[in-house]
Design a protein around this ligand. Structure first.
Ligand SMILES: Nc1ncnc2c1ncn2[C@@H]1O[C@H](COP(=O)(O)OP(=O)(O)OP(=O)(O)O)[C@@H](O)[C@H]1O
Length: 238
């Protein structure tokens, strides 16, 4: 399977604190990757480096963009990086971060309009995504009129609507009870991997991680376990 993102030698320091300390990894089409590890081990920093929110002190991140070698995210200007993030990368956070004054439909349509769609087309497309996530009939509600799980599904629809090449999620079910968490996780996994796009998710929850195809564990800014690497080793030793 082709790589969608590949990172080499990523390092990020805060003062003399090494948040990420020389991490290299590739993520392939259709993979769902859980990033786990103790508090302060560098999970969020790694996700922000992979997604171009942060620039590394050393190393580079490439994202597949149609060209053979991909685009080096960290070499882009801040403006081009922001555009790449808007159009090729989806984000889902612990709290949906929906715009409170807008309806569910408008929340999903906004990124499409920012990417150049007309309002009517964007809203039609938004309605299709909301329906795909089980929210038909709720298009005109504002976030305050939806449950936590429903709000998170609106956030997933918003992330998917621009059909990004990769989706990142930071504790996407962290604020939900366990039954709702399962539904939201199913929606997130299915809506991403069924398109062939990879999902990279930071989670503290072992049950959530167990639903992913790959688990990466960090300690002190380094990868101490990668289930994909372990599987490759086992296959090679056969
Ligand atoms: N903006 C910042 N300024 C200074 N130090 C930071 C900053 N962001 C992160 N750090 C430090 O870098 C290290 C890694 O932080 P990070 O948020 O990536 O960890 P994490 O594994 O996501 O933690 P948690 O599970 O608690 O969210 C920590 O020691 C943290 O204090």
């Amino acid at each position: 399977m082709g790589s969608v993102i590949w990172a080499v030698g990523l390092t990020k320091q805060y003062g003399d604190q090494s948040a990420v300390d020389g991490i290299s990894l590739e993520v392939s089409q259709g993979e769902s990757v859980a990033i786990m590890g103790p508090s302060g081990s560098g999970k969020t920093t790694l996700m922000h480096l992979l997604s171009g929110i942060l620039s590394p002190d050393q190393g580079e991140v490439r994202l597949r963009d149609g060209s053979e070698d991909g685009v080096v995210v960290s070499a882009l200007s801040a403006e081009r990086r922001a555009r790449l993030r808007r159009e090729r990368v989806g984000f889902v956070f612990q709290e949906g971060l929906l715009l409170r004054e807008l309806t569910a439909r408008e929340n999903v349509a906004v990124p499409l309009m920012l990417a150049g769609s007309g309002r009517r087309r964007a809203e039609e497309h938004a309605d299709q995504w909301l329906a795909a996530l089980g929210l038909a009939g709720m298009e005109s509600r504002r976030p305050g009129e939806l449950s936590g799980g429903q709000q998170q599904r609106v956030a997933i629809a918003r992330a998917q609507a621009v059909t990004p090449g990769i989706v990142f999620a930071d504790e996407p079910t962290g604020a939900l009870d366990s039954a709702t968490s399962t539904q939201v996780l199913d929606a997130l996994l299915n809506s991403t991997t069924s398109r062939g796009a990879p999902l990279v998710m930071v989670t503290h929850d072992a049950d959530v991680a167990a639903r992913c195809s790959r688990i990466i564990r960090l300690e002190d800014g380094r990868v101490v376990h990668d289930s994909r690497v372990e599987e490759t080793r086992v296959e090679e030793s056969r």
